[in-house]
Design a protein around this ligand. Sequence first.
Ligand SMILES: Cc1cc2nc3c(=O)[nH]c(=O)nc-3n(C[C@H](O)[C@H](O)[C@H](O)COP(=O)(O)OP(=O)(O)OC[C@H]3O[C@@H](n4cnc5c(N)ncnc54)[C@H](O)[C@@H]3O)c2cc1C
Length: 550
Amino acid sequence: MARPILLAVDDDVNELEAVVEDLRRQYGAAYRVMSATGGQAALDMLAQLKMHQEPLALLMSDQQMPGISGVEFLERAQALYPEARRVLLTAYADTDVAIRAINSMHIHYYLNKPWDPPEEKLYPVLNDLLEDWQAGYPRSFAGLRVIGNRWSLKDHSVRNFLSRNHVPYRWFDLAENEDALKLLEERQLDPGHLPVVLFADGSSLVDAEPATLAERVGLSTQAAQDFYDMVVVGAGPAGLAAAVYGASEGLRTLVIESVAPGGQAGSTSRIENYLGFPSGVTGAELGRRAHAQATRFGAEFLTQRATGLRIDGQYRFVQLGDGREVSSHVVLLASGVHYRQLDIPGAARLRGRGIYYGAALVEAVSCKGEEVFVVGGANSAGQAALHFAKFACKVTMLVRGDGLSATMSKYLIDEIGRTPNVAVESRTQVLEAYGESRLEALKLSGPQGEHRVLATSLFVFIGAAPATGWLPASILRDEKGFILAGPDLRTGGKLPEPWQEPREPFLLESSVPGVFVAGDVRHGSVKRVASAVGEGSIAVQFIHQYLAGF
Ligand SMILES: Cc1cc2nc3c(=O)[nH]c(=O)nc-3n(C[C@H](O)[C@H](O)[C@H](O)COP(=O)(O)OP(=O)(O)OC[C@H]3O[C@@H](n4cnc5c(N)ncnc54)[C@H](O)[C@@H]3O)c2cc1C
């Protein structure tokens, strides 16, 4: 496959040559460096490249150009190459324009000229951007093919699992793509046992599911060691932060994650308010980076579901979905929350067949050109609506309250207002979902009374619940299932029965000594990426103090 392209645009020929020289010196071996002396010339060039399906990784444009400005060029280029990283080159005086462009045009970065030495001021930024681009670029398509049915929960889970773990695959919908049946017939496979995954070596997995697929796509499902200092359950922001701090400070750390690193954040389209990412970061990207960082420090990851917790003296045992156990001194529960289910007739039957919980980024592309409904009025619903708006012809947000201002951040409300194909229907609720094998219609109740609308996809974001049912009764929880820790364990000034230690529990310690809790799953936590990261990091400090007592 051709090397991906880096395109530099500047009307000042001397400056353009200098940029090209810097790019070639560092990236010439892996990328083709191209240039254009103006916005229009660059757009013409992009149209040609697109026609020939050439891969393009990066656009770097000067802001001050006659005719088409840098911001305008980058905005128009986005329509042709939405995945390419967009960098604006500015003089110091244009910094305000650049910051506005981050908000409105989603440019990824701005660089003040000059950037001498490039080793310090240019390459680190571009390395980061190119790494992000590569992570989403199916260059190394490994020949994995998934054959299934779009309107099936099982098939949806497999696609979601592969996407969340950054495993490239090609999707064949049995109902839409005639090659799908051919592929099955060639291998004498039964279309009644979907999804089928075909591997590059000619083998196949029938009735595939995440647990059986994990090992086949190179994810580890068995612990490498007999014993760990710390076992973390959940690789969301809280668990990943604990893994980075724990492993970097010498704790033998094992992280158990049932889906993929990133947690709920991994399913979000773009987190715009996490410190240090001025143009936002996708949850998947944050998860990928943190996973790489924790692995670099020696943390080990298992793709497994934790199904039980057993305490034996000073040892803690986490039971896994495949029946095995892992043992440690300390367990950190960082299993977060999952979406509350819609409690209306038809919703359970149509789950994964048109009704989805969470952002389900994997479904966004399938909704191309369709109308999509989103239930909920909080930030998560707003982010999802904006993401679907890039693919669907119309996104309708169904909001129970009077509007979005009480439940959503202003930056998202503003962006929804600027997006022409997103409509908000306030004081509206879903009463019923219709359809047998897939969602076909919804009954809504709104200001104009009850009515029925045709619908193929409904994405639900109506609050979250912790999945803590697998824990023993000795881990005390509040009435909603969130885990109590530290000072919250006291009722009427007294510590609960299970706590038999002569000392006070540490701030993030549960009712069982040596079992800690961090992030969304903790009672009273602030449900944000930054607070989950903070709690995961702080927990490690208390874990050190606990271990010092051995
Ligand atoms: C759509 C959406 C948009 C959001 N946008 C923002 C935003 O813009 N800014 C912001 O600050 N916050 C945002 N949030 C909130 C933020 O994502 C959460 O507060 C944060 O992810 C909590 O981190 P956590 O590690 O506690 O839990 P989670 O992110 O929920 O991670 C928990 C992990 O544990 C795993 N797990 C659960 N049970 C088990 C088990 N039994 N065995 C193994 N693994 C298990 C799950 O698969 C999951 O990966 C958003 C949330 C959503 C859903």
